[in-house]
Every structure is written in C-alpha cells, then in structure tokens.
Design a protein around this ligand. Sequence first.
Ligand code: F6P
Length: 359
Amino acid sequence: MRIALSTGGGDAPGLNAVIRSAVLSATLRGWEVLGICRGYYGLLGEDEVIPLNAETVRGIAHMGGTILRTTNRGNPFEFPVQQPDGQFAMVDRSDEVLRNARNMGIDALISIGGDGSLAIAQRFYEKGMRIVGVPKTIDNDVSGTITTFGFDTAVSTAIDAIDKLHTTAESHDRVLVMEVMGRHAGFIALHAGVAGTADVILIPEIPYDLAKVCEKIQARDKRGRHFSIVVCAEGAYPQGGKESIIGESLPGQSRRVGGIASRIAWEIEQMTGKESRSLVLGHLQRGGMPTGYDRLLAARFGGAAVEAVEQEKWGQMVALQSPHIVTLPFSEALAEPKRVDPNHDIVRTARATGISFGD
Ligand code: F6P
C-alpha cells in the first residue's frame, strides 16, 4: 500500500502534527508514504514529491507551518496558466494529477485542507480518486466538525494581543480596534473577544451600526472607563454595507477580505472625538506552535485519516463530534459553510456581560 499526503490552502498550526501522526500510523502498518509538496503542485510536476517516514517527521509535532508547504492558488481544476499575451487562463489539469498519481503507484490520497481543498477533493473523488480528507482551518468555518486544529492556537494568539492592548489603551484613554482573521466567519473574533473581555465585538454574522458601537464607547466613558477595546472580524461589515476587500487577488486566488479596522477606528474617532488606533493581527494568527489542544486534535485526525483509508472510506473526511472522531462525506461538510449562530450561548453570554455587537 502506498499513500500520499498533501496540504492545501492557508497553513494552520497543527498541520505538522497531522502529518507526523498519519505517517507513523501508516508506516507502522507497513505502508509507504509520499508527501506531495505545495498542494497539488507536486502532482503537476511543478514541485516535488518526497518520501515520508519516521525519520522525516521526527520532532515536527510542535512546529507551526507544514513541512509539505502549501498554496491557495493550486486548484488543478482551474489552474492559472499564463498565456502568450500575459493574461492568465484557467486550465483544467485534473487529469494530469490522476495520471501522475497512477504513475507513481499512489493507491490513496489524504488531502489536508479547508473548504476549498475539500471541494477539490470532492471533485477528484467524483473522478474516481481514492481520497479521504482532514479538515483544516484557523477560521473554524468547516461544517460537520465541532472544531478544526489551528483555531484554538489562533484564538490564543488573539487573546494574548487583546491582553496587551488593554494596558496601552487604558494608559492613553484610547479606543483600540483589533482586526482578526476568519474570512466570512466570526468565530475567532467572538471567542477571543469574549475570553479577552473586549468591549465591542463585530462579526459578519451580526452586521453593525457604528452609532451603536459609539454609544457603547461613550457609555463606558461616562462610567469612568475612558478606554475601549473593539475586536472586529476581518469580514465584519456595517448594516446595509458590504465586507471590505483588500486590493487585487492573484490569478486563481480567492478575494482577500480585510482592512476594516482602520476604517472603523477612524469613524469612531470622528463620531466620539476619542483618540482611536487600529491594528491588524494578520498572519501572526497562523504562526507559532500549536496549542496542546490543537496538537492533540491534529494527532487524532492524522490517525483517524489512516484508519479511514484502511476502511476505504473514500470521499469522506474525518471530523470531531465530541467526544469522538467520526467520518462523514465531503458533500455533507460542504453543503453549508459553518457560521456563528447569533443566538449561540457564547453570543448570549457576551451580551449578558455587557459586550456590544454594535446592533
Ligand atoms: O482561511 C484562513 C485565512 O487565514 C483567513 O482567515 C484569511 O482571510 C486568509 O486565510 C488569508 O489568506 P492569505 O494567507 O492568502 O493572506
């Protein structure tokens, strides 16, 4: 038996722990393991395919990133190819992937990725590939699994930043607006904002009214709390408005959401007269060592993915449905993206403890 692993989309702390766990689980069964470098690039002859064994995965479980490297531009079904006129055309190279995988004697693929990678995996499954998935995202926006590895680490990094912002905001009587990742989902902002005791949390699932945000800040001011911390998800947007997009994306890449914090800080300053500053926490949330929680979840996912291959659960991904790891069809996980339920107990607790969502 020869299996291959690939990591696609944005990296997430815990990827290396999945790789280590899957490689050891497979090699101890007597299987051979190959690592496809940079998403599917390795199977398109655009990058390497490397052997993975106990030696190559030694000492990586605690490391951020992915030893296989990754990309969010390598969809083989819509691969950006530069034309003689300099423009990019989207070319279907999926048959090349299948052919090369066959020529390399790959019996099954474990694809580790977020919603984009799982959608690609579903298409390969429909073309006959023996493939299982491991959900990965710091955004926690994949349905069917209670959480994904990387999310807990990102939230911890955001909480640490909020703690640090409190002291400087309080010293200067300022409003500090911190933007966190999450694309169209507000999980990182919500969890970090509540745990870090922010005063205002803005998420895409609850469009905000800036006047309400300012009311909250001014009410705090009146009570002698002359500073405020606003945590906003990068995908947050005002009522009747749209999410903000950063510049132009590269060919084959999805739109880059973000840049909202500086606008909000400026508007708050205009409306309240209070000095305001903003920061974008950005890719710090994707880096560093995975937390213990993420490392364990990643290890469990890696082991469960190899079990899924053994049981020929093609077209399925592993998922956490506490206390168990289960498997479910990609199609089920992809049916609907996961978003914050505005009536979830974390939102209700936030409101009950005085946090404003600007609504
Ligand atoms: O999906 C993970 C994520 O970090 C999002 O939260 C964010 O919008 C996006 O990826 C950033 O992507 P990139 O690494 O291409 O800037």
